[in-house]
Design a binder for this molecule. Sequence first.
Ligand code: UDP
Length: 236
Amino acid sequence: MAVYHRILLKLSGEALKSGSDLFDFEKVNQVASIIRRMHDMGVEVGIVIGAGNIWRGRQGPSANMDAVTADQMGMLGTVINCLCVADALRKAGLDAIVQSAVDMNRFAEPFNAMAARRHLSEGRIVLFACGTGNPFFSTDSGVALRAIEMEVDAVLMAKNIDGVYTADPNKDPSATLIRDISYTEALERGLKVMDASAFALCAENKVPMVRVFGLDDPENLLRVLEGSDIGTFVHP
Ligand code: UDP
């Protein structure tokens, strides 16, 4: 029996790539088979994927690009990633639906909170593409919005680091892993759980739990659902 009934999983675009390839299909299929096992535990799974393997809006200004256009390219990158992972999920035997915050009816359903909740409760995996649908936001803001709208029990931030640290461990060797922290304390201490505006939205709307842990071992996704206390617990 899983400890969370409905979760929203954030995967960064980087989690899908290796080396110079945009997609490492071995990794994509591995994540899909883990999501299958999450589903088989009876967990309802929504997914938000970034686009760091393809393009991030912040790369735009240095290429002398308009910031809005650069962010639109980033949002389109999230669609490509969602289509890719949805395909792998279907190959793994799941029913997967892509819903997009920017309408593109031939590729994805338009985002609709009530329809998405129904998909989840009927056992479909829902992939939320295009973040918030607006430039000057990140997919973390998309995570916060969808977590609130889907009334999830927990947000799973699967990262390339194993939790929230007191400081950036790459810059400060004395940084230590925080195991458990409230939204208020994390905000006061300026700790980076996700983008600041996204985090403020989670705090304000009392998202019941944000778990931050490493995706270096994809089985960690199952450990979190089985009740293991890996990574950092962030809560109201
Ligand atoms: N983006 C956006 N609005 C959103 C979500 C994403 O403009 O609501 C764009 C933004 O340019 C961002 C890119 O999409 O850089 C990819 O998202 P993100 O950087 O969060 O991807 P990740 O780092 O998680 O792979």
